[in-house]
Design a protein around this ligand. Structure first.
Ligand code: CO
Length: 137
């Protein structure tokens, strides 16, 4: 069983990325480490470092995207929790064997050059889980 070694990030879906960044600055004095458009996922993200983990602010590039549809049905708020793993292929295989429903059968590319894959919320009490393998792991 491939155990996650860190909470890589907690992702919050927002309508307006600039506004959310400003709010984080005002409330917590926190600045984004970087900001990136991940076109293939229809999302723009900003990563704010807090301790050894990040808060990932996610804003959709349009309404017909995964985060756009999430905002439509849930409004702003917690979108997913990302667990860092050292071998994402093995982690997906372990989850499959354990009977967890996967969103991604195979890893795809996320921000920071990471490999990512999503596990269906049904697998874990209604919370969408992301697996992340960072490029230097
Ligand atoms: Co994420």
């Amino acid at each position: 069983m491939m155990r996650p070694y860190n909470i890589d990030h907690v992702a919050i879906a927002v309508h307006d990325l600039d506004q959310a960044i400003t709010r984080h600055r005002e409330l917590f004095g926190a600045e984004p480490q970087w900001r990136e458009l991940v076109a293939e996922q229809g999302v723009e993200e900003a990563m704010i470092s807090i301790g050894g983990s990040y808060v990932q602010l996610l804003a959709p590039t349009g309404p017909d995207t995964p985060v756009g549809r999430f905002l439509e049905s849930h409004g702003e708020g917690l979108h997913h929790v990302a667990y860092a793993v050292t071998n994402i292929e093995q982690a997906l295989e372990d989850l499959r064997v354990a009977g967890a429903r996967l969103v991604d059968e195979r890893p795809r590319s996320g921000g920071r050059g990471a490999k990512i894959a999503f596990v269906h919320p049904a697998a874990f009490g209604g919370t969408l889980i992301e697996l992340v393998q960072l490029p230097d792991d």
